[in-house]
Design a protein around this ligand. Structure first.
Ligand SMILES: O=c1ccn([C@@H]2O[C@H](COP(=O)(O)O)[C@@H](O)[C@H]2O)c(=O)[nH]1
Length: 207
């Protein structure tokens, strides 16, 4: 398995780290955007990221995995196969025909569900999935994520009973890329300022 520094550089070289003045969500701009969707085209990187998530997941008692749609779904699927752990999938919208389900796959009330996510910024996307899982009777206490952008999302989740374990924090990712010569000190400065300035609060302040 690639170590974390090596993996950070592989992700950058694969195009998973975008720099510039980027629109992250409606009304939100960022000097760095992490786009993990590209790793479906890089099976070795996908496997390395999944292995690092599995290492975190091993320390957490769980019966079933659920990826936050859509970027984390392939990661959760690889983890499920590697560790022989059942997976369920959340739909973005309820299916309007046949089963009309919001969660696909087999699960039982009170099963412990570990949520898998690519990136946490405000925590809003992850929390939405957690709320659906809890409404269906699953117990959610932890999430494993590839990148915590350190913008308050992990605290929002913790306040809602979800402990977040991440493979990378944004500052450690940026530091590694700087040391590897992939980004310059001006970019590092902009990202550090962005983390300080763009913090998200409690659930009523997610956007
Ligand atoms: O660098 C980024 C930042 C965000 N995303 C996507 O957005 C959500 C996380 O944002 P929340 O504010 O925590 O809901 C996540 O599902 C990512 O897919 C991203 O891809 N890259």
């Amino acid at each position: 398995m690639a170590d974390l520094e090596e993996l950070a550089v592989q992700l950058f070289d694969a195009g998973a780290v975008r720099l510039g003045d980027i629109e992250a969500k409606v009304g939100r701009r960022t000097p760095i955007y992490f786009d993990l969707r590209v790793i479906v085209s890089h099976p070795r990187i996908m496997m390395a990221v999944a292995r690092h998530l599995e290492k975190l997941a091993k320390e957490i008692n769980h019966d079933v995995l659920c990826g936050v749609p859509y970027a984390a779904l392939p990661l959760a699927a690889v983890m499920s196969v590697n560790t022989d752990t059942p997976m369920i999938m959340k739909r973005k919208e309820t299916k309007l025909y046949a089963t009309k389900r919001l969660l696909e796959g087999i699960y039982y009330k009170n099963q412990k569900c570990l949520v898998v996510e690519d990136v946490v910024t405000s925590g809003g996307s992850l929390l939405e999935t957690v709320e659906t899982l809890r409404r269906e009777g699953l117990v959610v206490s932890h999430a494993v994520v590839v990148l915590d952008r350190e913008q308050g999302g992990a605290s929002v989740l913790e306040a809602n009973g979800v402990i977040v374990k991440s493979v990378f924090s944004l500052s450690c990712l940026v530091n590694t890329l700087y040391k590897a010569g992939r980004i310059n000190d001006e970019t590092v400065g902009m990202i550090v300022d962005h983390i300080k300035e763009c913090q998200f609060g409690m659930k009523d302040n997610l956007d």
